[in-house]
Ligand binder design. Structure first.
Ligand code: FE2
Length: 316
């Protein structure tokens, strides 16, 4: 079985208009409906915004506005059937007429699974960067952007109080791969059917929505998007920077329903040959960050993660 990424995230809000406006400014394309708005990304994944009171939604797992459900994509019906058989051994799993499975993860997060035939993204830009001596872009200008248009859902991030329990479920049962561990802070997971550094990050804190990230094709597109969002009045708590773990260039914006929504570009791609690291959290988080000093780290900022991986709670 192979989970191939986030297929849908459903958000709900008492007044969904602000969030709909945010995602429109952010560059998602979709339609407003009587129920809220349906945004569809070029890869085929979706962001749905609904009224809090919508009777079609599953019960809330967090107080207030925010994510209501995360649907993971699965690459085949056989893989979906295998997930269903496995999850039914110890939890209630419902199945919609369209075959979507729904259940709850160990932290209480409402999750689902459905077959996700991801659309290949068009190679719009080669993104070749000239250095002082390497000149792959010769007699050619860089691509110009008017707006950022996210093409995929990169990752979702939830805080959960028992990281080991989540790892038993997502790694042990659903075959996510651990790409890196931020000591005491959390664990980066990659879906089996994807190669971005992480598609899911588990933060070691009380249950809550932390952030959700979307993929852009270049740093230029990210900067154009960030400028546009600033002009539209959307605030950023963490701003612009590059993480060391994952190499992602980021621009975070504060969502009107809580948590952050992130543009990402130029992240690492990894496969099962990747050697996971054990990181000092601030060192992993900040390679450079606009307007901020680099973290002061004593000793090694990153060492190889011992294998087999110890329990997260036992890592010192
Ligand atoms: Fe992120």
């Amino acid at each position: 079985m192979a989970i191939n990424g986030v297929e849908t995230v459903v958000f709900s809000a008492t007044n969904p208009d602000e969030l709909i406006r945010f995602f429109e400014d952010f560059g998602l394309e979709g339609t407003r409906t009587a129920a809220g708005a349906d945004f569809v990304l070029p890869e085929g994944s979706k962001v749905l915004v609904r009224k809090d009171s919508d009777p079609a939604l599953p019960p809330k797992f967090l107080p207030g506005d925010g994510p209501r459900e995360v649907i993971w994509g699965v690459d085949s019906q056989a893989a979906l059937d295998a997930i269903e058989a496995d999850l039914k051994t110890d939890r209630v799993v419902t199945k919609d007429a369209d075959g979507t499975l729904r259940t709850v993860d160990p932290a209480g997060i409402r999750i689902g699974f459905r077959v996700f035939n991801r659309k290949p993204l068009e190679g719009k830009v080669s993104n070749l960067e000239n250095s002082l001596t390497e000149r792959p872009r010769w007699n050619k200008m860089r691509k110009w952007y008017d707006r950022a248009r996210p093409q995929l859902i990169q990752h979702v991030v939830f805080a959960t109080p028992n990281v080991d329990e989540q790892l038993d479920f997502y790694v042990g049962r659903l075959k996510f791969r651990v790409t890196d561990v931020s000591r005491g802070r959390g664990v980066f997971l990659r879906a089996e059917g994807r190669n971005e550094h992480h598609n899911f990050f588990i933060v070691n804190r009380p249950l809550g929505f932390h952030h959700m990230a979307f993929g852009l094709e270049s740093i230029d597109e990210l900067m154009v998007g960030a400028n546009h969002m600033q002009r539209k009045g959307w605030k950023s708590q963490y701003g612009l920077g590059r993480h060391r773990a994952s190499s992602i260039v980021f621009y975070y914006m504060t969502s009107p329903v809580g948590g952050e929504i992130e543009y990402t570009a130029d992240g690492d791609f990894v496969d099962d040959n990747w050697q996971p690291g054990l990181w000092v959290p601030d060192f992993a988080n900040r390679y450079w960050m606009a307007g901020d000093a680099p973290p002061v780290v004593e000793g090694e900022g990153m060492v190889p993660l011992p294998q087999p991986m110890p329990r997260f709670s036992e890592i010192r």
